[in-house]
Design a protein around this ligand. Structure first.
Ligand code: ADP
Ligand code: AMP
Length: 213
């Protein structure tokens, strides 16, 4: 099963993608996590991506598409995957469609986690991320057991640089300009499903499971 998560930054794509990955036994692939891991390891790709990410801009398609195609070609992706944060532009979606078509394959579901802009700034200013294992929390809605510490790996949690309110507003604008057109793209392909992302995490997951089953 090949699934794409769509939605504004902070809509809950990553939170749901991790739950889907666990339930269906498929890898969760987040281009944002791949970039952050590269930044942490100070690779050339990481240094290049950081310039864009810190300003709330998209990393150029050429870079992003390459890392994504390399990742989905790995063995653990044979039975499918859930993509979180890719595609984010029409050209990215077209590359993915073409790469899958070459193998007589296609994405099965594009799930739009729908959250209005008013809720997004709150979601993102409260987000705390573990840069070691990729887990995310929310200081009010989904708190870790011990403040500031990741439940899964014990590392310190951080407010991502790009989650500061001034950057979030940029990211929302970029989302509306460049990513929202994907809703029409996947509607035309007949695979778009929308869930109400303002509900609590478990309720959103139940909506998704009923779509996938
Ligand atoms: P995205 O991957 O779409 O950028 P995340 O999954 O990281 O978004 O979620 C953004 C923030 O909102 C995180 O702090 C997360 O813990 C929190 N969150 C996710 N889903 C919900 C929900 N259904 N209700 C409230 N907060 C949520
Ligand atoms: P995310 O973790 O999905 O919120 O992504 C964080 C940042 O990484 C984004 O704001 C972009 O700068 C960059 N990024 C992640 N995925 C992509 C993508 N598919 N295309 C371009 N930039 C991306």
């Amino acid at each position: 099963m090949k699934i794409i998560m769509l939605g504004a930054p902070g809509a809950g794509k990553g939170t749901q993608a991790k739950m889907i990955a666990e339930k269906y036994g498929i890898p969760h692939i987040s281009t944002g996590d791949i970039f952050r891991a590269n930044i942490k390891n100070a690779t050339e790709l990481g240094m290049e991506a950081k310039k864009y990410m810190d300003e709330g801009k998209l990393v150029p398609d050429e870079l992003t598409v390459k890392i994504l195609l390399d990742r989905v070609a790995q063995d653990d992706c044979k039975n499918g995957y859930v993509l979180d944060g890719f595609p984010r532009t029409i050209p990215q979606a077209e590359v993915l469609t073409a790469a899958l078509e070459k193998m007589n394959d296609a994405v099965d579901f594009a799930i739009d986690v729908n959250v209005p802009d008013e809720n997004i700034v709150n979601r993102m200013s409260g987000r705390r991320a573990c840069l070691t294992c990729g887990a995310t929390y929310h200081i009010v809605h989904i708190p870790p057991k011990q403040e500031g510490i990741c439940d899964k790996c014990g590392s310190a949690l951080v407010l991502r640089d790009d989650d500061k309110p001034e950057t979030v507003l940029n990211r929302l604008k970029v989302y509306h300009d460049q990513t929202q057109p994907l809703i029409d793209y996947y509607t035309e392909k007949g695979i778009l499903k929308t869930v109400d992302g303002t509900k609590d995490m478990q309720e959103v997951f139940e909506q998704i499971v009923s779509i996938l089953s």
